[in-house]
Design a protein around this ligand. Structure first.
Ligand code: NAG
Ligand code: NAG
Ligand code: NAG
Ligand code: NAG
Ligand code: NAG
Ligand code: NAG
Length: 509
C-alpha cells in the first residue's frame, strides 16, 4: 500500500512536472534596477545601478515593467499579494491588523502549495512580522519559521551606516544571515526535489533597502556622491490636495538625523539640505546593490544543486519608495513612485530568453500566476464579498503574458488605495482610491466607513488628483480641475468607481 502511494506521488511529481518555487521579496524596494532602465520606463532609472544578479534574472524572466501594489505599505501590500484579495475584501489597508482575524480565513499562496504536498519554508520578512500576521502565519508553512536579525539599529540608532567588512564579518547583517539560511535550506530540500519525491516553496524576505540603511561599506563605491542628483521634482505637485501628502516624521528620529529639524518634516514642500539628500539616496542605492549580491548567492546555490531547470524564481519589492520626489520620503502615498514596484518571474523552459511586458499588472496577480506556472489546480475568480471563500483570486494569472506580452486581452487599469486619517478597523478613514490606466493616474480621496460597513462614501469627496502621464510622467501637475480634462475626469471617475472587475478584458463584473 505504502509503496503504491509513494509510487503514485512520484508519478504525479514527474508526469505533471510540478515545479519548485524560489520566492524572493525585498522590503521597500522601488524598481531601481538596471533592467528597468529604458526610454519606456515611467521614471528613468538614475544613477546607473549595479544590480548584476537582478538584471540576470530579469533577462530570463517575464519582467513586469508596470506592476502596481494594492497599498503602498508593507502589511497591506504583502497581505494582498499573499492572499490575492484586495484591501476592501481582506479589510487590511493598514499595518497592525491580521487578515485571518479581520478579513477571512483565506488560503495563502504558500499554504496552497503546502496543501498540494509541497514543503513550504519561510524566512525573513515575507508576511509582515508580529501580531499583524499572527507571527508569520504559521499555517502557511510546513517548517518552523526562520528569523534573521542583526542588532545594528538597537546598538547605533543610525539611519545611515556603512559597515566595514571586518565588522560585518564579526556581526553579520540581517540579509547576509538570511542568504546563509536560504543556502542551507536549499541544500536540505534539494535531494527530495531532485528525485521528484517532494517539491518545495522556499520564501526568502530580504529586509533592505528598508530603513535603517546599514550595509557593507563596499557597496557605496558604486554610487559616488558627485554622480548622484537631487530628485527632479523636490516639491509637491501643483494643485495637489493636502490629503494626498503623507508626513515622514519617522525618518528623522535617528541619531544622525538630529541636525535636520524633525518638526518641519510634517510640512508639504519641506526639503532636506542637498548633502544629506544625496547621502540618503546613496545609502538607498547601496542597500539595493547589497541585497542584489546576497540574492545572487542564493540563486547560485540553486544552480549548484542542479535545480535550476525545475524551479520557478519570482522576485518582487513590496512597494515603491519616494526618495525626495514630491518632497516625499518613504511610501504611504498613491503616487507612481510609491505604487509602482519591481516584479519578475522566471519559469524554466518558458521565459528563458526574457519576456518584457508593459501591460498593467497588479500584485494580486502573482498568486494565480505561480499556481498555474507550477502546475497546481487553477484558482477561481472570487465572487463579490468572498470573506467566507477560503480559496479564490481577485487577480489574473499572468501566464498568458509569458507567450504574448502585448496581448489586447488584458485588464485596462491597475488599482491601488491608501488610507489617511485612519482610526483603526472600527473607525473611519479617508481612503484614496487610485487607478493607473495606460495614460493617466486618477485618484479620489473619499470618506470611508470601516467595520462593519467597509464602504467608501463616493459622494463625500476630500480631494481628486488627475495626472496625465503622456505629458507629465513625474506627476507634477494635478489636472483634476483643469477644464480641458473635464470629459476625461468624468470617464476616469466612472471607471474608478466600477473598480477592478470593470477593468477586466471581458468585464466580468
Ligand atoms: C482556517 O483554515 C485552516 C485551513 O486552511 C484551518 O486549519 C483552520 O482551522 C481555520 N481557522 C479558523 C479559525 O476557521
Ligand atoms: C509646493 O511647491 C510647488 C512648486 O514650487 C508649488 O507649486 C506648490 O504649490 C507647493 N505646495 C504647497 C502646498 O505649498
Ligand atoms: C513611526 O514609527 C512608529 C514605530 O515604528 C509607528 O508606530 C508610527 O506609526 C510611525 N509614524 C508614522 C507617521 O509613520
Ligand atoms: C525644530 O524646530 C522647532 C520649531 O522651530 C523647535 O521647537 C525644535 O526644538 C527644533 N528641533 C530640533 C531637533 O532642532
Ligand atoms: C534538468 O537537468 C537535469 C540534469 O541536467 C536533467 O537530468 C533533467 O532531465 C532536467 N529536467 C528538465 C525538466 O529539463
Ligand atoms: C460569513 O459567514 C458568517 C458566519 O456564518 C456570516 O455571519 C457572514 O455573514 C458571512 N459573510 C459573508 C460575506 O457571506
Amino acid at each position: 500500500m505504502m509503496k503504491i502511494l509513494v509510487f503514485h506521488l512520484l508519478y504525479l511529481g514527474i508526469v505533471h512536472g510540478r515545479k519548485n518555487v524560489l520566492f524572493f521579496v525585498a522590503d521597500d524596494m522601488r524598481p531601481n534596477i538596471g533592467a528597468y532602465d529604458g526610454p519606456d520606463f515611467p521614471s528613468p532609472v538614475h544613477p546607473k545601478m549595479h544590480t548584476p544578479n537582478f538584471d540576470a534574472l530579469a533577462a530570463r524572466s517575464l519582467l513586469l515593467k508596470r506592476a502596481y501594489v494594492s497599498v503602498a505599505l508593507c502589511n497591506p501590500s504583502r497581505t494582498a499579494l499573499l492572499t490575492s484579495r484586495r484591501p476592501d475584501t481582506s479589510h487590511i489597508w493598514s499595518n497592525g491588523l491580521y487578515f485571518r482575524r479581520y478579513g477571512g480565513n483565506f488560503t495563502t499562496l504558500p499554504e496552497y502549495f503546502k496543501q498540494n504536498g509541497y514543503r513550504t519554508i519561510g524566512m525573513g520578512k515575507v508576511f509582515h512580522p508580529g501580531e499583524m500576521s499572527g507571527n508569520d502565519d504559521p499555517v502557511s508553512w510546513t517548517d518552523p519559521y526562520i528569523h534573521a536579525d542583526d542588532d545594528y539599529i538597537r546598538a547605533d540608532n543610525l539611519l545611515i551606516e556603512a559597515v566595514s567588512e571586518e565588522r560585518a564579518k564579526a556581526r553579520p547583517l540581517t540579509d547576509q544571515l538570511l542568504a546563509e539560511y536560504a543556502i542551507q535550506a536549499l541544500k536540505e530540500v534539494a535531494p527530495k526535489a531532485r528525485s521528484g519525491e517532494q517539491p518545495f516553496f522556499l520564501a526568502v524576505g530580504f529586509r533592505k533597502p528598508h530603513i535603517t540603511w546599514n550595509f557593507p561599506a563596499r557597496f557605496k563605491e558604486y554610487y559616488p556622491l558627485e554622480s548622484l542628483r537631487l530628485p527632479p521634482n523636490y516639491y509637491a505637485p501643483v494643485g495637489m490636495p493636502s490629503i494626498a501628502w503623507h508626513n515622514f516624521v519617522n525618518l528623522t528620529r535617528f541619531n544622525d538625523m538630529q541636525p535636520y529639524n524633525v518638526t518641519h518634516t510634517g510640512h508639504i514642500n519641506f526639503t532636506f539640505p542637498k548633502q544629506i539628500t544625496l547621502e540618503m539616496r546613496q545609502a538607498y542605492y547601496s542597500c539595493i546593490s547589497y541585497i542584489d549580491y546576497e540574492f545572487g548567492r542564493v540563486v547560485a546555490e540553486l544552480d549548484d544543486q542542479g535545480l535550476a531547470n525545475n524551479t520557478i524564481i519570482s522576485f518582487w519589492g513590496d512597494h515603491g519608495w519616494q526618495l525626495g520626489e514630491h518632497s516625499e520620503w518613504q511610501k504611504e502615498t498613491n503616487f507612481e513612485d510609491a505604487t509602482h514596484a519591481p516584479m519578475m518571474i522566471h519559469v524554466p523552459g518558458v521565459t528563458d530568453h526574457g519576456v518584457v511586458t508593459e501591460k498593467l499588472t497588479e500584485f494580486v496577480d502573482l498568486y494565480p500566476t505561480l499556481v498555474e506556472a507550477a502546475g497546481l489546480p487553477k484558482l477561481n475568480m472570487c465572487p463579490p464579498n468572498s470573506q467566507n471563500v477560503s480559496l479564490c483570486t481577485e487577480g489574473t494569472s499572468m501566464v498568458p503574458l509569458m507567450t504574448n506580452p502585448a496581448t489586447n486581452e488584458w485588464k485596462t487599469a491597475a488599482f491601488s488605495q491608501y488610507a489617511e486619517k485612519s482610526n483603526g478597523i472600527d473607525g473611519d478613514a479617508v481612503m484614496g482610491y487610485s487607478m493607473r490606466t495606460e495614460m493617466y493616474r486618477y485618484t479620489e480621496w473619499v470618506n470611508f466607513k470601516a467595520m462593519p460597513l467597509y464602504r467608501p462614501m463616493w459622494d463625500e469627496l476630500q480631494g481628486v488628483e488627475l495626472y496625465d502621464h503622456t505629458k507629465d510622467p513625474q506627476e507634477n501637475y494635478n489636472r483634476a480641475d483643469d477644464p480641458s480634462y473635464k470629459d476625461i475626469r468624468v470617464e476616469l471617475s466612472r471607471n474608478l468607481r466600477l473598480g477592478w472587475r470593470g477593468a477586466l478584458p471581458n468585464r466580468r463584473i
